[in-house]
Design a protein around this ligand. Structure first.
Ligand SMILES: CC(=O)Nc1ccn([C@@H]2O[C@H](CO)[C@@H](O)[C@H]2O)c(=O)n1
Length: 104
């Protein structure tokens, strides 16, 4: 059973260690530092790696910086566009910082 999912298009960045945060809504803000999570692909729920949660921090959409974007392996405009597609109209996000523990 997977505990968090990512869109398949981010799998390669995550397993390569290029993507080290994810921005989620309140429904996924309950993870705690030190927790290890089995990660699956959103589209088919296939397990692809395990991550460890480093921190979970509330961040407003308009507080996002180039540093958040760098940790997503994107530019800030790209990141804001992705968030607008996934979470239209949402301003209250949670930055989940993670490290890669193991790959499938
Ligand atoms: C069901 C569901 O919400 N799945 C999500 C939600 C978010 N994200 C990624 O987190 C970052 C900021 O949102 C971007 O890289 C997003 O693509 C994701 O991969 N899968």
């Amino acid at each position: 059973m997977n505990e968090i999912t990512f869109f398949q298009r981010f799998e390669s960045d995550i397993v390569a260690g290029r993507k080290t945060i994810t921005l989620r809504d309140a429904s996924e803000s309950h993870f705690t530092p030190g927790q290890q999570l089995r990660v699956g692909r959103y589209e088919d729920d296939v397990y692809f790696c395990t991550i460890e949660v480093v921190s979970v921090t509330p961040v407003a959409l308009d507080e996002l910086t180039d540093e958040h974007a760098r940790q997503e392996n994107m530019t800030l405009p790209q990141l804001k566009e992705v968030i607008a597609e996934i979470y239209p109209g949402l301003n209250e996000l949670y930055a989940i910082v993670f490290t890669l523990v193991s790959k499938a």
